[in-house]
Design a protein around this ligand. Structure first.
Ligand code: GTP
Ligand code: MG
Length: 371
């Protein structure tokens, strides 16, 4: 193979990513992502509400769902209408998702359009063989009946998704403080949005440590519920602070983090982020989640973050008392699914052209050893 052919291969083998925002909340979240620029992914806004959809100025494609059924108005909180509306657009949905490898479906559950349409899109995604990840919020405890509705729809969604990343709006207070509703929702939008953007960026763009599509598949494809925790730290113990915050305030109540099926760790730091710090993040998180070998990494330098470290930990296949969704039977997994940290760090060291501290190497070797 010539170098040109190889470069062409790199280009064509890059996974294609599609992000679909469904319903009012879903479209608001994808607008956040589009504003931050999503390199290497296509953004689709889909809603039954024409007027809300028209506010999505940066999407690559807008889909008015159920034009005949809803006539450009919303679904008034009825998910059955949302499903029927989406089915009206089936041919268009199939055409848009045709070549997608990684599909993010984003919605705020509890209303009609997003809640009803998301399982329809998920069904198409799975049928097309895409790794299908739903990213949803569940309503505040005060929205009682909406919350019940959201719970039912997650059960239905589990049939067709590889993973469902859930953020409970009620948990936002713990991370964001007692904010007025509009601001609390904006925090939720930023959280779901950064999850989607972080993964897409590290898969499609050269990063410090690249997340690999096959690895992502290994931690996400068995389904179930995933919970996200985020943390940020500065000063001498910035890594410890960021990790303990990320693990102590998951955005969904889960019973036991030590039993997670897989872990995805994403680290962002300024130019001063060191290899040692990246290793310490891994070590601390893996101490808390000792029962899994499925741990994948992404790390990125953001020059605007000087002095600080930001950690996002995604725990997949967790148990949540409110949701009661289990894992699907195990697929044929490759024997070694843990991306060896040592390999990743060697790559990182080469990219940064720094020499490798001895202590870090031995630590990394511990991570990559089969447990
Ligand atoms: N994160 C986030 N959640 C929101 C936002 N707006 C509403 N929600 C939540 O999402 C749930 C569903 O609301 P919408 O997305 O407006 O509903 P929809 O899917 O458009 O459904 P219909 O309007 O009934 O057709 C609400 O119960 C809220 O909990 C938002 O901007 N961000
Ligand atoms: Mg709406």
């Amino acid at each position: 193979m010539t170098r040109e052919q190889l470069l062409e291969k790199v280009k064509t083998s890059r996974p294609s990513v599609t992000v679909v925002g469904l319903g009012g909340a879903g479209c608001n979240i994808t607008t956040w992502i589009a504003d931050k620029k999503l390199a290497g992914g296509k953004i689709i806004g889909a809603n039954t509400d024409a007027s809300h959809l028209s506010t999505m100025t940066h999407a690559d494609k807008l889909m008015l769902l159920g034009e005949k059924l809803c006539k450009g108005h919303g679904c008034g909180g009825f998910p059955e209408r949302g499903s029927e509306a989406a089915r009206e657009n089936m041919a268009e949905i199939k055409a848009e998702l045709k070549d997608t490898n990684l599909l993010f479906l984003v919605a705020g559950l509890g209303g009609g359009s997003g809640t009803g349409a998301i399982p329809v899109f998920a069904g198409v995604g799975r049928e097309m063989g895409a790794l299908t990840i739903a990213c949803v919020t569940i309503p505040f405890t005060i929205e009682m009946t909406r919350r019940e509705k959201a719970r039912d729809s997650i059960k239905a969604l589990a049939e067709n998704c590889d993973s469902i990343v859930v953020i409970d709006n009620s948990k936002l207070r713990e991370v964001a403080g007692n904010l007025p509703l509009k601001e609390a929702l904006a925090v939720a939008n930023a959280l779901v949005g950064s999850f989607v953007k972080n993964i897409t960026d590290t898969i499609t763009q050269p990063s410090l440590i690249n997340l690999d599509y096959a690895d992502l598949r290994a931690v996400m494809e068995r389904g179930g519920i995933s919970s996200i925790g985020i943390g940020e730290g500065d000063g001498a113990s910035r890594v410890e602070k960021a990790v303990s915050q990320a693990l102590s305030t998951p955005l969904l109540d889960i019973t036991d983090i030590s039993n997670a099926y897989g872990v995805l760790i994403h680290i962002v730091g300024g130019e001063d982020l060191t290899l040692e710090e990246v290793a310490v993040v891994g070590e601390q998180i893996m101490e808390k989640v000792p029962n899994t070998k499925r741990v994948i990494w992404g790390a990125k330098v953001d020059p605007g973050l000087a002095g600080r470290v930001r950690v996002m930990a995604v725990l997949t296949g967790v148990t949540c008392p409110f949701l009661d969704v289990g894992l699907r039977p195990a697929p044929q997994l490759p024997k070694e699914v843990v991306k060896p940290l040592r390999e990743a760090m060697e790559h990182m060291a080469r990219a940064q052209d720094v020499s490798y501290p001895r202590e870090t190497i031995s630590r990394a070797a511990v991570f990559s050893k089969e447990k």
